[in-house]
Ligand binder design. Structure first.
Ligand code: IPD
Length: 275
């Protein structure tokens, strides 16, 4: 199983880099919004669509028996039990504006009875995140560790909540954002500072690399975090939900054992105070 997971991580890393380089080249040619989804903030560019098609074609070539689930609609069941969960551009708004924090995320997921991180119970066993603007390639496989350009990652260092550099993100609907601001009102005074980098995949990879101390977000989609959650966990970070809940779309909290627990209490209290 470990050899398979490592081989899947190689596939993920190869495709994420290849497609990431196409996405970077397209950016230089200029970008426009092709479509909006849930709100005006939720944008899709032609590069998102092209990159998803290239990822799906690459996977069909290298792993023809596997299923695919993509942010821009790619969907096939497959027969192997492995489903690739892909985000052609995580951080599309940054991409649109020419800001550097965007990434290609590719994860191989299974549903094998172990606690899942997606609402259908699936979890990643291998994954890669490629950041075209820096050329940094993150990869991990279950039980095999997390790596940045081949160097093993060891996650964030233990710290106090008051000296925690905390990343988060906001959803795309006005209602969700109003609620997120209320929660942030409780959290921001307690931490060193907040970062809203605009890509959940990058947030979790920065955590794995120890460049931020913690991260939380509500309302992610599986393709935003599938690969990067595995990368964070394999670096030694805790990725959890509220209370006993598994991390996932509802809430994903990541950090050291201590900080992730303290954040879960703080964020749980903040949500309760909204009701
Ligand atoms: C978004 C980014 C962002 C997060 C949003 C995601 P997209 O993904 O990861 O950081 O706050 O929740 O939807 O739309 O750029 O692929």
């Amino acid at each position: 199983a470990a050899a398979l997971a490592e081989a899947l991580a190689d596939v993920a890393a190869k495709l994420a880099r290849e497609v990431g380089e196409v996405v970077r080249a397209r950016r230089a040619e200029g970008v426009a919004v092709a479509q909006t989804k849930s709100s005006l903030t939720d944008v899709v560019t032609a590069a998102d669509q092209e990159a998803e098609r290239l990822l799906a074609e690459g996977l069909a070539r290298l792993r023809p028996q596997d299923g695919i689930l993509g942010e821009e609609g790619a969907s096939s069941a497959g027969s192997s039990g492995i489903t690739w969960v892909i985000d052609p551009i995580d951080g599309t708004v940054n991409y649109l504006y020419g800001l550097p924090a965007y990434a290609v995320s590719v994860a191989a997921t299974v549903s094998d009875g172990a606690p899942g991180t997606m609402s259908d119970g699936r979890r990643a066993i291998a994954g890669a995140v490629y950041v075209p603007t820096t050329g940094e390639a993150f990869r991990a496989w279950h039980g095999g560790g997390a790596y940045l350009d081949g160097v093993r990652l060891t996650g964030p260092a233990e710290t106090e909540l008051g000296s925690t550099l905390l990343a988060t993100g906001f959803g795309y609907t006005a209602e969700r954002r109003t609620e997120q601001v209320e929660v942030l009102r409780h959290v921001l005074p307690r931490v060193r500072d907040i970062r809203r980098m605009g890509s959940a995949a990058i947030d979790l990879c920065m955590l794995a690399a120890g460049r931020i101390d913690a991260y939380y977000e509500r309302g992610l989609q599986p393709w935003d975090y599938a690969a990067a959650t595995l990368i964070a966990r394999e670096s030694g970070a805790v990725v959890r939900g509220l209370g006993d809940a598994a991390p996932g779309e509802e809430l994903l909290i990541a950090g050291t054992p201590r900080i992730s627990a303290e954040l879960a209490t703080l964020i749980g209290d903040a949500y309760r105070s909204l009701q």
